[in-house]
Ligand binder design. Structure first.
Ligand SMILES: [Zn+2]
Ligand SMILES: [Zn+2]
Ligand SMILES: [Zn+2]
Length: 150
């Protein structure tokens, strides 16, 4: 796995560093996490890495196209390492859980606007909002909520 990351970084002329590898591994294992989670995961493995270093790594990887930054309305920015396919997301209004949704219309997801007004379109942001299964269960079962789940 690590060697995959190294190949990806070399392909975009990024220097391979341990913090960069750690961030990519964290995002592979935990897609759609925010900066704080990324910092916690990286520092669990490499305690000497500073918060600022993680911010810098996230920016460098995002700028290089190896990491995608998404920010649903009202939520903190989240990061994922599944890039290049412009897939969509479904977001729980209640707890903020996020899951990937493949595009319903095909391989170049929603990039063909019905009228592009002369713009060069490179991204289509489609967000599905709803209630995740956990929250839906909680809402319909007051007993479960009372005694706590998880
Ligand atoms: Zn939820
Ligand atoms: Zn995603
Ligand atoms: Zn789509």
């Amino acid at each position: 796995m690590t060697s995959d990351f190294e190949t990806q970084m070399r392909a975009v002329s990024l220097r391979v560093t341990r913090p960069r590898l750690a961030v990519l591994a964290a995002l592979r294992d935990h897609p759609h996490i925010d900066t704080d989670r990324v910092i916690a995961l990286v520092r669990a493995d490499q305690p000497t890495v500073s918060h600022q270093a993680v911010y810098d790594v996230l920016r460098a990887l995002t700028d290089a196209g190896l990491v995608r930054r998404i920010q649903p309305a009202g939520a903190t920015a989240r990061y994922e390492s599944r890039v290049g396919d412009n897939h969509h997301h479904v977001v729980c209004r209640s707890c903020g859980a996020i899951a990937d949704v493949d595009c319903a219309v095909g391989h170049a997801p929603c990039l063909t606007a019905s009228d592009d007004h002369g713009f060069v379109v490179d991204e289509a942001e489609v967000v599905y909002w709803g209630t995740c299964p956990d929250c839906a269960t909680e809402r319909s079962s007051p007993l479960i909520r009372q005694f706590g789940r998880k």
